[in-house]
Ligand binder design. Structure first.
Ligand SMILES: *Cc1c(COP(=O)(O)O)cnc(C)c1O
Length: 467
């Protein structure tokens, strides 16, 4: 048979629409979605036919069952949310690709009320006049950090850009070479600086920068000193950098403001909970930094946001910068941020109810207990799986505390019938995707980042995967 002949036997859209199974499908899935998938299916089949080589033409048969199966499964796939919840079994708490911080269950209503109703977003209730959307969190941020004023934008990258554009456009900003970081997702300090219109003056060396390096670089065009927290790496060994405090003293003498990009905005002293000390926002403010910027969804544990705190005279100027409008934060984010910050008014409450902090500070004992529960649940199914409990380390992630190794307890899985990479792959493609780690020829599930209500789903997934 010729290709033309085969093509002419392809079913038409109408024929397929009248197929019994498609008639059933149209009861559940909007007709336009089904028609779209039918068209795509026919088109794919047409391409397939055009690609077959002449020798196999005679034996080629159009497989209607396959076409129907694809239409049904793709129509359902099209209807499903593409952005959906997954299970994070990697143990990496701030997993940027899996959405960084999880919001607290306790603030659901606060967010939904603002999302689904009119709100005080930009109105002053006492006067009935226009208000500022930024005002809702100003007081609490000032209270928690000790800063004079605050402003919130979309993310920390935007915050840094806004700060530099406002304070240093067409002027020079002095930065240590050891702090010219790339954060990932193409946030590079030199690039951000160029975009903002500030001119970078890099000083010192990769491993050592001294106070006199800053002092020698001051010129009539100097707008600021910028300190960048090297969030995602550490330089160890023969190193030296200048503290914010010393920089502030030097800045005061020379009338140069100090900007600090903290990266992660920690509001509690993590050392109290057994982690490495991470400079807090309060410490930077107390040391006298004129402007401090940090993320809302790293160690703070809130929604994606960039928070700017510091001297009112600078923040007032930022509010007038047109970039502020371009970087403005949405009401959903504002609600989530305000509600998360309220949890910090009682530190114990914050540790208990902010998932990022809870996961980072969960004791090894507690993780062990939870691992045992899941172990028993899986074992009771009698699957063709070798399940073991093992000791390991979780990571903080999100470019925060890069050297921190959090002792944890994991489940390790191995099957005789499928390979480790197949097992990992199938779990990831499960209807509720489950992300794991592969290590030492085992699939590793770290319970630190898994919620109790997800155990049953994991067991069910393993049952289906091992069928
Ligand atoms: C993460 C980070 C940023 C970028 O923050 P986003 O909120 O992801 O935009 C900027 N600077 C530093 C030092 C960081 O660690």
């Amino acid at each position: 048979m010729s290709k033309g002949k085969i093509l002419s036997t392809l079913p038409s859209v109408d024929e397929l629409l009248n197929h019994k199974e498609i008639l059933t499908l149209v009861q559940e899935v909007p007709r336009r979605v089904v028609v779209n998938e039918i068209r795509r299916s026919i088109e794919n089949y047409r391409k397939k036919i055009l690609q077959i080589d002449e020798t196999s033409l005679n034996t080629f048969k159009i497989d209607i069952e396959e076409i129907i199966y694809n239409i049904i499964s793709n129509s359902h796939k099209f209807m499903r949310m593409n952005l959906r919840e997954v299970i994070n079994g990697t143990g990496t708490v701030l997993h940027t690709n899996l959405g960084r911080s999880l919001l607290s269950n306790t603030i659901k209503d606060e967010i939904w009320d603002i999302a689904s109703g009119y709100s005080t977003l930009e109105i002053d209730v006492s006067t009935g006049k226009r208000g500022s959307r930024y005002s809702h969190v100003t007081e609490i941020i000032k209270f928690l950090t000790g800063a004079e004023d605050a402003l919130v934008v979309n993310n920390n990258a935007a915050a840094v850009m806004l700060v530099l554009s406002t304070m240093a456009k067409n002027k020079e900003v002095i930065v240590s070479r050891g702090e010219l970081v790339e954060i990932g997702g193409s946030f590079r300090v030199p690039d951000v600086m160029e975009q903002s219109g500030a001119k970078l003056v890099d000083i010192g060396t990769t491993n050592k920068t001294h106070l006199w390096d800053y002092e020698n670089a001051i010129g009539e065009n100097t707008a600021a000193f910028l300190k960048v927290h090297t969030s995602n790496y550490k330089i160890l060994g023969f190193t030296d950098s200048v503290s914010v405090k010393d920089l502030v003293d030097l800045g005061k003498k020379n009338n140069v403001p100090v900007i600090e990009d903290l990266g992660s905005g920690v509001l509690v002293d993590l050392q109290k909970y057994g982690l490495t000390h991470e400079p807090t926002v309060q410490e930077s403010v107390a040391a006298g930094a004129d402007i401090v910027t940090f993320s809302g969804d790293k160690l703070l544990g809130g929604p994606q946001a960039g928070i700017i705190v510091g001297k009112k005279c600078f923040i007032d100027k930022m509010k007038k910068n047109p970039l502020t409008r371009a970087f403005r934060i949405d009401k959903l984010t504002m609600a989530a941020l305000e509600a998360t910050l309220k949890l910090y008014l009682d530190e114990e409450n914050a540790i208990k109810n902010i998932p990022t902090l809870r996961m980072l500070t969960e004791s090894l004992d507690s993780i062990k207990k939870r691992t045992n529960v899941l172990y028993e649940m899986i074992s009771s199914k009698g699957l063709d799986l070798e399940v073991n409990i093992s000791s390991d380390y979780s990571e903080v992630g999100g470019g925060s505390l890069p050297l921190e190794k959090l002792p944890t307890c994991t489940l390790t899985l191995k099957s005789k019938s499928i390979s480790v990479s197949q097992l990992e792959n199938k779990l990831r493609k499960y209807s509720r995707p489950i992300f794991t780690r592969v290590q030492d020829d085992r699939v590793i599930i770290d319970l630190r980042t898994i919620k109790q209500e997800q155990y049953e789903i994991i067991v069910q997934a393993l049952v289906e995967v091992m069928k």
